[in-house]
Ligand binder design. Sequence first.
Ligand code: FAD
Ligand code: DLZ
Ligand code: SF4
Length: 532
Amino acid sequence: MPGKHRVESCHTLRFVLGDQLTRRVSSLIDLDPDHDVVLMVEVRDEATYVRHHKQKIAFLFAAMRHAAADLAEEGVTVDYVRLTDPGNTGSFTGELERAVARHRPERVVVTEPGEWRVFQMMQDWRETLGVPVDVRPDNRFLCPREDFANWAEGRHALRMETFYRGMRRRTGLLMDGGEPVGGRWNFDAENRKRLPKGHRLPDRIGFQPDGVTREVIALVEQEFADHFGDLASFSWPVTRSDALAALRHFIDGCLPTFGDYQDAMKSGAPFLYHALLSPALNAGLLTAAEVCRAAERAYRAGAAPLHCTEGFIRQILGWREYVRGLYWARMPEYRDTNALKAGRALPWFYWSGETRLNCIAQVVADTRTHAYAHHIQRLMVTGNFALIAGLDPAQVEEWYLIVFADAYEWVELPNVHGMVLWADGGMMGSKPYAASGAYIDRMSDYCGSCAYDVKVKSGAAACPFNYLYWNFLIENADKLAGNPRMTMPYRTLQGFGDKRRTEIRRDATAFLRSLASPPDASHQGDQTEMAM
Ligand code: FAD
Ligand code: DLZ
Ligand code: SF4
């Protein structure tokens, strides 16, 4: 896919990765169209280092092809290697070596990657490529890595709220002088409503695939047929202009109600008032700064209430920047911790969705269809189950990295390893987000059509989240009972008589044992053949 003109001799080869599609990314800042070549490569290794959901691969390839076309339109020479081009070596390193041989540049410029794995490759390129390699800081985030590292230095517990307040001050977002707008930093308590019965949800904008995207979808269907996920509903924005339209649609139609129902869940309605912007943000089609500013403008214009605007900006300026900072400050040791010594294999139903646990079946179905589930589905359904069933962190992390269109290790790992599984021993969260079925019942309509009864605490009819929750507390008492934020549940547990404790252990043991049985449609429960 060449640009309008070809450079005579290449001064700088600028390697742009598939999730670095921001025009002002640091590797392109001093681009000289007369002397530079931009390299973009579709490689099999990146699609298979974990077997990504088909929609994630299609989203990235389509976004890359459109971004390359936009650059070419500007008059930039783009050397674009397609997945099925003859000679494609299938790896970043192989394709960069081939491009250096083709163009003989004086230097290579690249922006730091999102993942540790690729960062290590870049260190090798400096040694092996035979030309200078300039690895530039990733300027798409609001908090530079060094600033976060300085803040984190010497702290064990890295609390998001402290970091977030610093970011509000630093950016001036939702600030009146030195004070937070409205006199409070955080309106989280107002963001926990259940969806009322009969509530009419807004229609969501979807983006009809154009010819380029349709070609990519066909390619992915053919080349990655055995990967998890459906492609039929693909409607992600894959261009900068569509991503801006998605942002406008969210700000106008969803932000004014976003906060109220942020934690709600509904069968067959995975999107609710959520932004659906994470794939575009993480691939660089939108920047964190412009998304936060757009939300703030809506608030200042009186078009969105403060609790919704603050709740939304906190997700991006707070959580998103925070998990990215934590990832780089604590990798690679971070992923190896396992504070609760969890080790149970991931049940097959995380792939098949075929389980009597209706909440999990619903979330897996949404995930398979859309490569999307919203935050509370990820945290309190599949995540909560993984925590209280003691699933192996590495297997759970791989699942989360595979199944979502927005998944990259820098954002997935802290959310799963730290927030969900507490495998970091409390570096990220002061206590594990463990919950019984009552929480899921309060925030969703899932329990009404479940084979289990959320009100029943023990026996065959009981919701497994109920006894698994208490079993989790019993099994991890040595690590958690002393945690001041766990005093209440442990006090309740102490009040249980021997009979109740025996029932909890009996039901939990039987249920957990059933997870380990080989897939067999005939057994009463909770796993069937994996259909990946
Ligand atoms: P909204 O709910 O509308 O939120 C707006 C934006 O805030 C999101 O687009 C996202 O950029 C940001 N955001 C919100 N919460 C977080 C968070 N905890 N961490 C980072 N950014 C956040 N997000 C990813 O982008 N990639 C992942 O791989 C990912 N894995 C997750 C795994 C688990 C177990 C959990 C609990 C959360 C994970 N998240 C991940 C965070 C969050 O669930 C998604 O960002 C969000 O659901 C994306 O949908 P949305 O754009 O509709 O978000
Ligand atoms: C996720 C992904 C996929 C599926 N394919 C490619 C690709 O073919 N070419 C590319 O440049 N990037 C791809 N990516 C994104 C990379 O995996 C991402 O840049 C690294 O994980 C670093 O964050
Ligand atoms: Fe999930 Fe339990 Fe509710 Fe069933 S009853 S949907 S298993 S929380």
